[in-house]
Design a protein around this ligand. Structure first.
Ligand SMILES: Nc1ncnc2c1ncn2[C@@H]1O[C@H](COP(=O)(O)OP(=O)(O)O)[C@@H](O)[C@H]1O
Ligand SMILES: O=P(O)(O)OC[C@H](O)CO
Length: 499
């Protein structure tokens, strides 16, 4: 095969993947491996960084074993999760604290109590929620004696998962991250495009342990031949949600995608200047190419497909996640059942780490089908929560004359987007078409696209045939509003103190 191929490594929350792509999105070879999720105490979620590395390395080797020679490598990763490792040995010094983990909630409360949230908001576009990397580091330094000092001396390095993987892939030569990953840490200043000394000080994070920030595409570095058996130029690097946005071809302001995976992440491209949110969404870097940054507004829903996983593993309702659709189709509606899967608190736009899940409205007639249907509806309602906040932000922008119209179409991807009932429910509740991508692995494809662009082997224009199916709204908007209002009441019911 002579067409230029790109190897994408996609290090996700529950599995690592390596996929070799052609420019049109075809997967020529690939491999995927799950790795263990660790729940050491309620609200804490950890990964063993060695398990992350082993699974990622094994998949990369497996994909390369097919015998094709990629022109470049693109890397994308679960975001916010923090890894600390010894500079000399490369060995992790603690488990990775995963983005879902709530362990730094007390640190966030303390900082909020000191009135610091507006400062963090203005500079980083984020909120003081335990989701983000910075307070996870603060927490680790407060609970591991001597760790901060080792970081200050530069003996221990810190970074998000991309940094750790690149350290290993380059044989311990490069300690880098890209601007999109950096923008998820609470330490990155959106205006300067660099680490913010004052915020590092407030979070007690020594500058010496942080990586160098590079672009998301270009000749960023290269792999050590001893690791993958060959020297590959690393030409694409981005957080997984930003990579999916790029892969979906959301390259113009106003275009948006929602990834339905463990959580749901809805990102809208807002162009070359950061748009502050008045409605508790996040302002984040989409990608930085040639030193020019594209920004996004983001709504992060912490639990989406994970609710389906819980029906599978926690309640034993079925064996495979895909079976939820048939089960939910056994009933015409949720029969008055509302399921708010606030397992790790609620993300955008509520940001309530103290919220806990509820299943309400159960009667003697409630069946497994009703619960399954309510779980799918919950995912669609959480997405509407985000879209309402986003449209409000866009309308606010419009007052200055520089606005974008409300969302006109949502591009969908991720494991749970394979569920037709979920996609139809989503279109119904939003009142706009939902377009499901034909490229199942769009996150990895986005990383490959960045690398293809970065190395110049692929055209700048994304492939055109990305649509698998359009789901059009079928219910009256007033009915959608009524259902969403009932959802809002259920959400309020799962908050310990009324908002
Ligand atoms: N057909 C389906 N319907 C609903 N949820 C599904 C379906 N297939 C997979 N899921 C859910 O999607 C998630 C997996 O999607 P994926 O994109 O691989 O997630 P991640 O990248 O976050 O690990 C799981 O939480 C799973 O429960
Ligand atoms: O690994 P995923 O696909 O669940 O994505 C996780 C997000 O990057 C967390 O912000």
């Amino acid at each position: 095969m002579t067409e230029p191929l790109v190897l994408a490594l996609d290090q996700g929350t529950t599995s690592s993947r390596a996929l070799l792509f052609a420019a049109d999105g075809r997967v020529v070879a690939g491999a995927q491996r799950e790795f263990p999720q660790l729940f050491p105490q309620p609200g804490a979620v950890e990964h063993d960084p060695e398990a992350i590395w082993d699974s990622q390395l094994a998949t990369a080797k497996e994909a390369l074993a097919a015998g094709f020679k990629p022109a470049a490598l693109g890397l994308t990763n679960q975001r916010e999760t923090v890894v600390l490792w010894d500079r000399t040995t490369g060995r992790p010094v603690t488990n990775a604290i995963v983005w879902q983990s709530r362990v730094s909630a007390p640190v966030c409360e303390r900082l909020k109590g000191e009135g610091l949230e507006p400062l963090f908001r203005d500079r980083t576009g984020l909120l003081l929620d335990p989701y983000f990397t910075g307070t996870k580091l603060t927490h680790l330094f407060e609970t591991h004696a001597g760790l901060r000092a080792r970081c200050e001396r530069g003996d221990v390095l810190a970074g998000t998962v991309d940094s750790f993987l690149l350290w290993r892939l380059t044989g311990g030569r490069r300690h880098v991250t890209d601007a999109s990953n950096a923008s998820r840490t609470l330490l990155f200043n959106l205006s300067t495009g660099d680490w913010d000394e004052e915020l590092c000080g407030l979070l007690n994070v020594p500058r010496a342990c942080l990586p160098e920030i590079v672009d998301s595409a270009g000749r960023l570095t290269e792999t050590d031949p001893a690791v993958l058996g060959e020297r590959l130029p690393v030409c694409g690097l981005a957080g997984d949600q930003q990579a999916a946005t790029f892969g979906q071809g959301c390259l113009t302001p106003g275009s948006a995608k929602n990834t339905y995976g463990t959580g749901c992440f809805l990102l809208m491209n807002t162009g070359g200047t950061p748009v502050p949110s008045a409605n508790r969404l996040l302002t984040t870097v989409g990608w930085r190419i040639g030193g020019r940054t594209t920004f996004c507004l983001e709504g992060a829903v912490l639990v989406a497909g994970a609710a389906v996983q819980w029906l599978r593993d926690g309640l034993g309702l079925f064996e495979n996640a895909a079976e939820v659709e048939a089960l939910a189709e056994t009933v015409p509606d949720a029969g008055g059942v509302t399921f708010v899967p606030a397992f790790v608190g609620l993300g955008a736009p509520y940001w309530r780490p103290d919220a806990r899940g509820t299943i309400a409205g159960i009667t003697r007639g409630t069946t497994r089908g009703h619960i399954a249907r309510a779980a799918l509806e919950a995912i669609a309602h959480r997405t509407r929560d985000v879209v309402e906040a986003m449209n409000a932000d866009l309308s606010e922008m419009g007052k200055d004359g520089a606005g974008l119209p409300p969302l006109t179409r949502l591009n969908a991807d991720g494991g749970a987007s394979r569920n037709d009932l979920l996609m139809q429910t989503q279109a119904d509740l939003l009142g706009v078409p939902v377009r499901r991508t034909a490229v199942a692995e769009i996150t990895a494809f986005g990383a490959a696209r960045l690398a293809g662009l970065g190395t110049g082997v692929w055209p700048e224009e994304p492939p055109t045939a990305l649509c698998d199916r359009d789901f059009l709204p079928r219910i009256d908007p007033a009915e959608a509003d009524r259902r969403h209002a009932a959802w809002g009441r259920a959400v309020r019911g799962c908050l310990p103190t009324a908002e």
